[in-house]
Ligand binder design. Sequence first.
Ligand code: SF4
Ligand code: SF4
Ligand code: FES
Length: 356
Amino acid sequence: MSDTIRLVVDGEEVEVPTGSTLLAATARAGADVPTLCHDPRLDPMGSCRMCLVEVEGQRRLQPACAYPAMEGQVVHTSTDRVERHRQVLLSMYCADHTLDADGLPAERALGNQLRAHVEAFGTGPTLPPIGTPRAGREDPNPYIHFDPDSCIACARCVRYCDEVEAVSAITLAMRGSSTTIATADQVGLLDSSCELCGGCIDTCPTGAMSEKRALGLLGADEETVRSTCNFCGVGCQLDLHVRDGEVVRVSSPPPGTTVNDGNLCVKGRFATEFINHPDRLTVPLIRGDDGELHEATWDEAIRVTAAGLMGVKERYGADALGFVSSSRCTGEENYLVQKLSRAAFGTNNCHQCAAT
Ligand code: SF4
Ligand code: SF4
Ligand code: FES
């Protein structure tokens, strides 16, 4: 079997690896097929029907995210039939959603792909609201808020929790239009196997899963700063969302763009309060003859530290010293600590805490 196949998308011939989905092939052709339940890290589910496209020879429209690309296929991503389908589908989603004054799916939290699709493609006939009461639930966990009225039951959060985190803390519950997200036995997330990674927030296409502390931040002017997490040595990339000089929330760069592939742990995503904490040291402190700590410059602090270490070496020999570096440092910083130990002080007593 050949490693690649050729097909035609919107009149353009494209070549993709054998086993690709139609979505990958349409992307290769530069077509922007809308999706909701698709996440490149997850097995395709094909549940939301947002990505349907026309394949010549097929009676029905087919879900691009789940349908295999095949040699010689001819695919159309924006025919009248496809556009009509998108509008009717979005009408149905709107009938089952809380709408704002403009008739758009209400933006309860930052990031709402459903709302963006309604704005981009419009809706078809206005359908009467379904109005199914969904079980709301108060969850005392400090980080994750779930809004059942914004949920489209796409199961991205459930599949992420299962397939990426291997935790399976949440599941689809109930049936039909009452379908919602719950934990086993309806316990709160803190009493479940949830690790509070927050990945369900990032993958949710409607904001139904959202970050509690960011709930009031809709429309806020934010600056986004790409940074490296400092909680361990993996080097996950973070997007810090900054307002008025303070980090108000953290998200991951999109899947496929950085080493952490769109994932973060509880510390990287939520543990940011230390950044502006008043107890945090911002200048070096040196204990004076009076026994008290006094603010100093970095030059003074380095001079005092070096003199102390040299004094120990002169009195007891270099092997009386030991250098331990941290897994929170970068590889380059750890290299410099062993260099300091061996080249500057002449001892091999150097270690890194993650090496044990
Ligand atoms: S926070 Fe992580 S572990 Fe908890 S439910 Fe969401 S995806 Fe699963
Ligand atoms: S909470 Fe979000 S990701 Fe989960 S099923 Fe509902 S809409 Fe989909
Ligand atoms: S994105 Fe393809 S069916 Fe949902």
